[in-house]
Ligand binder design. Structure first.
Ligand SMILES: NC(=O)c1ccc[n+]([C@@H]2O[C@H](COP(=O)([O-])OP(=O)(O)OC[C@H]3O[C@@H](n4cnc5c(N)ncnc54)[C@H](OP(=O)(O)O)[C@@H]3O)[C@@H](O)[C@H]2O)c1
Length: 329
């Protein structure tokens, strides 16, 4: 697996990471045994950049990742996040916090659940609109000084916040949604990251699975699946978005790859500073996704993809209304 460096931070990661969220949360079909095998296979295949967050499964996902990297800690670039608050005992999400004392206690809790003495990349998951970013990043930079964290990241932060944060401490990576159906970051956020030398980590690079072409009917999503609440998966939007997937699939067939591989190869082709983190709990999907690194797209392939999936093509917002309010702050 090719390596990439996140912006000018010097943090070297595999060109594709592994998103671990769906192993414990948001998407149905939890299977810890298969997830463990998937984590081990990822490391064997050189996919060493693992992505989790404290709120995934209200702590459960960090525990799972922590359990299965024991003995292989040195092979892993471990990224986790804080900022979405939750009650671990009752498994309930509460709100957001960027208060300095919360940053410290969240980090201690993540280190404990992960069973490690340091986190390689520590992201603020969502910006707290009630706490000046300088205070939050100030507390995060204390963690770097203490050796508990190596690099800092942000997620879904707006341009002004990114600049202010960067003035306090270098930011190694911004993790924000980016894929063939979520291209808003191309306007302002991605150019800003490039100006400052911040690496870009696209999350949900497969459109939460939709761009793979495997999700064919809303009714097939389990009752507890988060995607039932996502506007893009609902009603008429679902139908319109299937047309987009059909166009992606037909280009993939010509390129002799799968739709998932094409979606990932397109992201990898957007720049050396881009490190997508497709999520899966299955070895078969992981192997398929790793195959994307061998798919080379020519200028004319990229032009055709542009035509098939232009900016703003997706029908529906990427989150329900209340969650949209927490983006780009
Ligand atoms: N910072 C943030 O706010 C934020 C938000 C969302 C996600 N994330 C991070 O980004 C990671 C990736 O995003 P994501 O998991 O939301 O979405 P994604 O990577 O776009 O898609 C994941 C979904 O696609 C399915 N899938 C994966 N590979 C496939 C393949 N080759 N063929 C068919 N289906 C396939 C997975 O199925 P299975 O689950 O059955 O394997 C899962 O349902 C997450 O794991 C998480 O770490 C961050």
């Amino acid at each position: 697996m090719e390596k990439r460096t996140l912006g000018k931070s010097g943090l070297v990661v595999s060109a594709l990471g592994l998103g671990c969220m769906g192993m414990s949360d948001f998407y149905s079909g939890r299977d810890d045994e298969e997830s463990a095998k998937t984590l081990h296979l990822a490391l064997d295949l050189g996919v060493v950049f693992l992505d989790t967050a404290d709120m995934y499964g209200c702590g459960k996902n960090e525990e799972l990742v922590g359990r299965f990297i024991q003995g292989r800690r040195d092979e892993v670039v471990l990224a986790t996040k804080f900022g979405n608050t939750f009650d671990e005992k009752i498994g309930k999400r509460l709100g957001v916090s960027g208060r300095p004392e919360y940053v410290r206690s969240a980090c201690e809790a993540s280190l404990r659940r992960l069973g490690v003495d340091h986190i390689d990349l520590y992201y603020q998951h969502r910006v707290d609109p009630n706490v000046p970013i300088e205070e939050t990043v100030g507390a995060m930079s204390d963690l770097v000084r203490e050796g508990k964290v190596r690099y800092l990241g942000m997620s879904e932060a707006g341009p002004a916040t990114i600049r202010r944060a960067y003035a306090v401490h270098p930011i190694a990576a911004l993790q924000t949604e980016y894929s063939l159906w979520s291209r808003d970051v191309e306007d302002e956020i991605l150019p800003l990251c490039r100006e400052l030398g911040i690496g870009f980590v696209p999350y949900s690079p497969l459109g939460r699975g939709f761009l793979t072409g495997q999700i064919k009917r809303f009714e097939d999503l389990a009752e507890d699946d988060f995607r039932r609440h996502s506007p893009r998966f609902q009603g008429d939007n679902f139908r319109k978005n299937l047309e987009l997937v059909d166009r992606i699939k037909s280009i993939a067939v010509e390129k002799d790859c799968t739709a998932s591989q094409l979606a990932l190869a397109w992201l990898l082709a957007q720049g050396e500073d881009i490190v997508p983190i497709p999520g899966t709990k299955r070895r078969s999907y992981l192997e398929e996704n790793v195959g994307a690194s061998a798919v080379k797209l020519s200028k004319s392939d990229l032009d055709r993809i542009e035509e098939a999936a232009p900016k703003g093509v997706a029908a529906g917002q990427r989150y329900p209304e209340a969650s949209m309010k927490m983006l780009n702050l």
